[in-house]
Design a protein around this ligand. Structure first.
Ligand SMILES: Cc1cc2nc3c(=O)[nH]c(=O)nc-3n(C[C@H](O)[C@H](O)[C@H](O)COP(=O)(O)OP(=O)(O)OC[C@H]3O[C@@H](n4cnc5c(N)ncnc54)[C@H](O)[C@@H]3O)c2cc1C
Length: 408
């Protein structure tokens, strides 16, 4: 805890994984945190999430990792397979090997479980106030005076710092930079959750499997301590009627059309989804171009983080990981001096912009590689077989030591 007698008053818009993380990290430094979430209850729907060692190292620092491990799975391997032939193209050992190499585990977890755990951890803190059902609608800041936030119910609050963790369609971003909306990527994601016991044994293994096919890929991994298998399929496809919603129920025929030819093992996985109560849910993917410079992450006393700051395609499984890292760095740079807030946020932006842009670019590149056709696909498969784990491991990403950077 920060020993300061006069902590900053930190306002956070958004109670997603990013906002909760920022709340935990800033509260641990002794600041007074007020978090505003527009939904009546802070909650998270959706599917699974992979947490690389770069993210779990931060969660360990906050003391929340043991609780997350209890509801997560530590997969033994990442395996890349071909959707059509079923052939294994490459493999990377995760499990103990990743933990030893990076000093923190690679985990897979259900989003709602991760969210609930972070929420419970944040709620225990006496210097945190959670305001549910409060939607940020107005914002002004002055480097001398502080920041004023207005809500849809016409109430207002003042603080020293405003952190915009309000996601892809961020109001904080719109009110701060007015730089337009995210763009449709032309990709649609389909998700499903299958009870593991309902799968044939070879499909029950605690591994992350990425199936690659022309214009499509499928990712499967266990969540809920291994009780359920999360499946996400991403393909170029016709737009959905509800473009920005997360939970459009879709017909399995649409999903099968998107996959095209599937080997028998993948076919069994997809058929198992049809036997679940919920079936497939779909949503459209939107993003923004990679961040070009530090000025995109803060202005005055306002900072953006997570998807509000740098939404990315999910092909490196790092959107939430980057939000967790952002939270850690924000908390490291903010001192108890209100006059230094502008300086601290510029420091945050300088420390983060190149890394998040690199992750955004790598995610874009992965999308091209995953969905490759023809000669490009052939070259990819050869490279993966020759280089294997050397191509799949990401030391620059998983090995980053944030705390030492921010405190230098
Ligand atoms: C298919 C898919 C797979 C993914 N897989 C992974 C993965 O494996 N690993 C990984 O790290 N990441 C993954 N991601 C990315 C990850 O889900 C996001 O990057 C992450 O959830 C962003 O968190 P956030 O808190 O920034 O935003 P959000 O989760 O969108 O939270 C924003 C919150 O702000 C609230 N809000 C919005 N507007 C207001 C307002 N005006 N006032 C108050 N509250 C407001 C919202 O209600 C919401 O609760 C994936 C994404 C997709 C689409």
């Amino acid at each position: 805890m920060n020993s300061s007698k006069n902590p900053l008053q930190i306002l956070i818009a958004g109670g997603g994984i990013g906002g909760l993380s920022a709340g935990i990290a800033c509260a641990d430094k002794g600041h007074l945190v007020r978090l505003y979430e527009r939904s009546a209850r802070v909650s998270e729907a959706g599917a699974g999430i992979q947490l690389g060692p770069n993210a779990t190292r931060v969660l360990a620092d906050w003391g929340v990792l043991p609780a997350i491990k209890a509801i997560a799975v530590q997969p033994t391997h990442l395996r890349i397979r071909d959707t059509q032939s079923g052939r294994q193209l490459g493999q990377l050992a995760l499990g103990e090997r990743a933990e030893q190499r990076y000093g923190a585990p690679y985990l897979t977890v259900h989003r709602a479980d991760l969210h609930r755990t972070l929420y419970a951890h944040l709620k225990q803190k006496t210097n945190v106030f959670l305001h549910e059902g409060r939607e940020v609608a107005a914002l002004s800041d002055d480097l001398n005076e502080g920041v004023t936030v207005g809500f849809t119910d016409d109430q207002m609050v003042q603080g020293d710092v405003m952190i915009g963790a309000d996601g892809l369609w961020s109001w904080t971003r719109a009110l701060t930079f007015d730089d337009g909306s995210p763009a449709a990527t032309g990709h649609v994601a389909y998700r499903a959750l299958i009870p593991t016991a309902a799968l044939p044994e070879p499909l029950q293994a605690p591994v992350v499997t990425v199936w690659l096919g022309p214009h499509v890929h499928v990712v499967q991994y266990p969540v809920r301590g291994g009780d359920a298998m999360n499946v996400v399929l991403i393909a170029s496809g016709e737009p959905l009627a509800d473009a920005t919603g997360w939970s459009n129920a879709v017909d399995s025929k649409r999903v099968m059309r998107a996959v095209g030819v599937a080997c028998s093992t993948l076919g069994e996985l997809l058929e198992a989804v049809e036997r679940t109560e919920q079936g497939w849910m779909a949503w459209q993917l939107f993003d923004r171009p990679p961040v070009t410079d530090a000025s995109a992450l803060c202005r005055g006393r306002i900072a953006l983080m997570g998807d509000a700051a740098h939404p990315m395609r999910p092909y490196l499984a790092q959107g939430a990981g980057m939000a967790i890292e952002d939270a850690q760095v924000l908390a490291q740079v903010l001192t108890s001096d209100p006059a230094m807030v502008g300086h601290a946020l510029r420091r945050y932006a300088r420390l983060r912009h190149e890394r998040v842009a690199r992750v955004q670019r790598k995610a874009l590149e992965n999308g091209e590689i995953f969905h490759a056709t023809g000669l490009k696909r052939w070259g990819r498969d050869i490279a993966m077989q020759l280089l294997g784990s050397r191509l799949l491991d990401q030391p620059w990403l998983y090995g980053e030591r944030l705390v030492s950077h921010a405190t230098q």
